[in-house]
Design a protein around this ligand. Sequence first.
Ligand SMILES: Nc1nc2c(ncn2[C@@H]2O[C@H](COP(=O)(O)OP(=O)(O)OP(=O)(O)O)[C@@H](O)[C@H]2O)c(=O)[nH]1
Length: 317
Amino acid sequence: MSVASVRKLIESVAEVSGERDLEHLRRSLLLTLNEILPVGAAGFVALKPQFTEHAGAETFAWPLRVQGQRDGILTRLSAGESVVLDSEEGMPRLLARAVTEEQALVVHLCRAEPDAESILLALGRLYANFSRLLTESERDRLTGLRNRRSFDHQLGQLTTRMLDPAADEPWHLALFDVDHFKRINDGFGHLYGDEVLLLLSRIVSELFQGEDRCYRYGGEEFAVLLSRRDAAELEQVLESLRRGVECYEFPQVGRVTVSIGCATLEPRLGPADIIDRADRALYAAKNAGRNRLVRYERLLAEHRIVPAPPSGSIELF
Ligand SMILES: Nc1nc2c(ncn2[C@@H]2O[C@H](COP(=O)(O)OP(=O)(O)OP(=O)(O)O)[C@@H](O)[C@H]2O)c(=O)[nH]1
């Protein structure tokens, strides 16, 4: 390798290691591969067949189909393993490396390259290490749900996306809080309190899948960002959360209830505005006796609340 190539490689790796977002990390890694290998196409392919619609899978539809073993080989790969799917005169042209349990990095070269396998191996390890660090920094340790940091990031992205006039999917924020959680801690001990939070997080994760995202918002409070639902569907799914918790028999502790406040994202609302709305609805649910769902928009329609102006629209002079 020439000094210029080594410098290019180090610069690219420095670029990759500076990423703080998984999506950017993936993009940065693909750019690096393009810089140092004669890449025809490269992308991430989901290892599990049910995830094959993910970005990147289509890119490799044709070469893998040519191989006639699209799912055969890739689904048998486990994290850290790699495979050469096609070679030319003993040198790899089409390679896959399982960078995590769920994803393989697949590279199709314009021409065969002797160092391709070792480069893919090294960059794959780099990606695996960084993605593990990023994933851990986005997760809550007790429940395994995404944490507040991740929530702030996602809500920020959603409120920005709402500014696009073409964005027509309604997104909603639900905040829910365990009722009288202090009593659970005081009566049964902190460990049982922790177990309640853990079991609650499982109930929520099972109920909200796909595009919906669940977060531990802090302490005994959780957040869910829900997409593609009208008001009736929203109430229905959040009611089933409330009932699901109410009916669950928590070991030792018995019955637990939650109060839920919910608000719908609107174009002029920033993250703080939407949190404030959901929080006011949650407060109203607590005040009305707990173990219930309150939607901000319903409070507004029934004149039970005075609307606050969006924070971004306040003019001081
Ligand atoms: N076990 C456990 N307790 C926590 C954790 N985080 C916060 N808490 C406890 O959660 C309790 C919250 O109490 P409060 O804010 O008074 O609310 P509450 O008792 O749930 O009452 P309402 O919200 O009004 O229904 C406090 O006792 C905190 O110590 C945690 O990670 N584990």
